[in-house]
Design a protein around this ligand. Structure first.
Ligand code: SF4
Length: 358
């Protein structure tokens, strides 16, 4: 999933409305050593690098270090890169780069063809916030599961020990596909679902309300977010209910639409023609007209260009509709399937309660 990384090395004071909060210092460390090993083994003529926007300054440094050390060109691909679904090997091919280092989206596999996934870990400690959370929740829950995103995977074990010292049973969900144990993307939650019946609550490590809220929506269990930067934890279920209401509202806003466009995302890990065809066929059976559109960046601005469309369904990334503002309804796959159920006069409860939202 989309991983937002911020690169801050000194203490920073953030001014929030009516409130000064001190952000703790941290550094993101890119595994340049692994890049160098791979270059030494493979002897590429040139390489390309990409990663999330917040990491680009560090990626620029890594590219400089590669050129200084090996005397080869290292291209920094500056396009957006939202996750391991958005690798942009096409750009690396056009540049003639033999290797594409994708930085900051740690997944279960290191290599996909010419792509090498390079770890970038945040060195901030969760010890203090985990201690506070474990102390505060111990009267409420006996068993918890820990989950996190790519950049905090190394913190899972220390946080597990803290919760165990406070008497909790800590269950770590098994990874699947690209997900490592206890890892989630913004659209995939297999480690949370596999142990659902064994735990009372989920603890998400990281400052991503959207990851944490997605876990809450997909499991409907108490979910807490540990924010190490501000040293505080919070329950996200209320926020998740708000997001869910917005998702339901979009479905109802699309109910009377006559003409739909089903958008196929052109990012390589988001291309899903079979899903698009399935939804097109189902909508047509409900009497709707459907046009197929292919797009790389699905934004409100791009969608304004298309005439005569009452509502859109996009099969690229389920977060596009929730994380952005659109003038017309833009439904994700689970929302589109719920709409089709509504059109068939069937109930739509639990439409987000799934391990994978694609
Ligand atoms: S499809 Fe969207 S939510 Fe899923 S991994 Fe890609 S960017 Fe993240």
């Amino acid at each position: 999933m989309q991983t937002l990384l911020y690169c801050i090395q000194l203490d920073e004071v953030q001014n929030l409305p009516g409130n000064f909060r001190r952000r703790r210092a941290f550094t993101i460390r890119i595994d340049e050593k692994r890049m160098f090993e791979i270059i030494e083994e493979s002897k590429p003529r040139s390489v390309a690098l990409n990663g999330p926007e917040g990491l680009l300054p560090k990626i620029q440094d890594a590219a400089d270090h590669i050129t200084e050390r090996f005397g080869i060109n290292a291209y920094v691909i500056g396009d957006t890169c939202w996750g391991s679904c958005d690798l942009n090997t096409h750009a690396a091919d056009m540049l003639g780069a033999d290797i594409l280092f994708n930085v900051g989206h740690t997944v279960a596999m290191e290599r996909f063809g010419k792509v090498v996934m390079i770890n970038a870990y945040d060195d901030i400690s969760f010890a203090s916030v985990a201690e506070k959370c474990a102390m505060s929740l111990k009267e409420k829950y006996r068993s918890v599961s820990l989950l996190t995103d790519s950049q905090h995977l190394l913190e899972l074990e220390p946080v597990k020990r803290i919760f165990e010292q406070h008497g909790y049973k800590v269950v770590m969900g098994r990874g699947r596909g690209q997900l490592r144990d206890a890892q989630v993307f913004g659209c995939e939650f297999y480690p949370a679902h596999s142990i659902q019946s064994l735990v009372d609550a989920y603890i998400f490590l990281g400052q991503s309300t959207f990851h944490a809220a997605s876990i809450a929506m997909s499991t409907e269990k108490p979910t807490y977010m540990l924010d190490p930067y501000f040293d505080e934890f919070s329950e996200v279920n209320e926020f998740a209910r708000g997001l869910q209401k917005r998702a339901i509202l979009s479905i109802y806003n699309a109910l009377d639409a006559e003409r739909f466009a089903v958008i196929i995302g052109l990012k390589e890990g988001q291309l899903s023609r079979p899903r698009a065809m399935e939804i097109k066929n189902l909508l047509e059976k409900c009497g709707k007209k459907v046009q197929l559109i292919a797009l790389t960046e699905i934004t409100n601005e791009r969608l304004q260009v298309f005439k005569g469309i009452d509502a859109f369904v996009q099969v690229a990334c389920p977060r596009i509709g929730t994380d952005n503002h659109f003038k017309k309804p833009v439904l994700s796959v689970p929302q589109a399937m719920a709409l089709i159920r509504l059109l068939k006069k069937e109930p739509i409860e639990d439409f987000l309660k799934a391990q994978h939202w694609l």
